[in-house]
Design a protein around this ligand. Structure first.
Ligand SMILES: NC(=O)c1ccc[n+]([C@@H]2O[C@H](COP(=O)([O-])OP(=O)(O)OC[C@H]3O[C@@H](n4cnc5c(N)ncnc54)[C@H](OP(=O)(O)O)[C@@H]3O)[C@@H](O)[C@H]2O)c1
Length: 345
């Protein structure tokens, strides 16, 4: 089977996927029988290009590196909007990597709906549409007989979602706990080493872990979106992002850290989804964890998720929670899953 891919968004993550696809073309073909061609790319500033016989990904990566634009690519249909491109291309998979918008999910939500309505499978790292509209999108995908895969929306390339759906298949998940945001975990780790919140935040910004506007992380919107995705996709919850109890880390002081340390505890921003009176609830709240809690040892930008299931107690995974290369790999793992189970709905 040869996938024809349309990439919408050609920023860090999509370029990381493109590099992996170029570098591993032979390996993927030999070992997984995965063949692909990229037939179209749409990006707001870099431009859009479409050639149904296939684009040369290596050339596109060089153009973006050298000129910051795809516009000099010869022989391509140019200038189509992302939505027009999804409708017109003969691709069979949309790779959606536009920015995460937790207010209304756009533009990703429209891209994903348009693709499913036009018979494309979708793989995405974009948290917005999945956190806000998982049920609508999953049921549209089922109705259209297509797949919607989103491994990279939670913990990037650390395979949390496929751990639950594939490796733990047959177990029912009773609860999920985790550290789902690398920026806040880095800041808390630095505060434990004696820095103030503002010093630690500035260090995170300098290292590229935190945005210049860090509110999505420090006010816990990002981990709230991720726990919503996990609760809905893996526990069959019906949660809205706005219903997640959410408390950020900006109010934590060095005194709080010292006090926790003197009691043998560590303060961590813990996301949880759990059953409460027959309903799935979720929260993201700083907690003082004892030493014997695995999550108290997850430091810096590392993230972790622990699943508690009906047949086994805690099963944990630890790994990077962000980074374009990791998210690019998540998209590859979704493509390989799609290849393995083309008829699964
Ligand atoms: N980077 C990571 O570590 C990571 C990890 C996991 C998940 N994610 C998620 O993956 C997605 C991509 O992340 P990224 O780091 O690659 O972001 P990025 O570098 O900002 O790339 C996003 C690209 O999408 C383009 N875009 C925005 N609106 C568009 C539209 N309507 N049509 C076509 N293109 C559009 C942007 O163009 P302009 O810049 O011109 O607007 C930009 O080039 C985000 O949703 C992010 O939250 C990222």
């Amino acid at each position: 089977m040869r996938f024809r891919l349309v990439l919408v968004g050609f920023g860090n993550v999509a370029q990381a996927l493109a590099k992996i696809l170029v570098q591993k073309r032979k390996y993927l073909s030999r070992n997984f029988n995965l063949e692909y061609k990229v037939v179209a790319i749409a990006d707001t500033v870099k431009g859009s290009v479409m050639i149904e016989r296939g684009l040369d990904l290596g050339r596109l990566l060089s153009l973006v590196r050298e000129k910051g634009s795809l516009n000099d690519y010869r022989g391509a249909v140019r200038g189509l909007s992302s939505v027009e491109m999804i409708k017109r291309t003969e691709a069979d998979v949309l790779v959606e990597t536009t920015w995460t918008n937790l207010k209304d999910g756009e533009p990703g939500l429209t891209h994903i709906k348009t693709a499913l309505n036009h018979g494309l499978h979708v793989v995405t790292t974009n948290k917005g549409p999945i956190a806000l509209a998982y049920y609508e999108l999953a049921s549209l995908a089922r109705q259209k007989g297509r797949q919607l895969r989103f491994e990279g929306t939670v913990l990037s390339g650390t395979p949390v979602i496929s751990l639950a759906t594939d490796a733990l298949a047959g177990s029912e998940i009773n609860s999920i706990r985790g550290i789902l945001n690398g920026t806040t975990n880095y800041i808390l780790t630095e505060m434990e080493a004696g820095r103030s919140y503002n010093q630690a935040l500035r260090m995170a910004q300098k290292l590229g872990y935190a945005e210049s506007d860090p509110s999505a992380d420090v006010e816990a919107w990002d981990p709230a979106a991720k726990i919503t995705i996990l609760a809905n996709a893996l526990m069959d919850g019906k949660l809205k992002l706005s219903e997640v109890r959410r408390e950020g880390i900006a109010g934590i002081t060095p005194g709080d850290m010292r006090d926790a340390g003197s009691r043998g505890r560590r303060i961590k921003l813990i996301a949880k989804a759990f059953w409460d009176k027959g309903e799935i609830k979720a929260q993201v709240v700083p907690e003082r964890l004892p030493e014997d809690d695995l999550l108290s040892h997850v430091s810096g930008v590392l993230n972790s998720v622990i699943f508690s299931t009906d047949v086994q107690p805690d099963i944990a995974i630890i790994g990077p929670g962000a980074g374009p290369d990791s998210a690019g790999y998540a998209l590859l793992s979704d493509l390989l899953a799609l290849k393995r189970t083309p008829n699964e709905r």
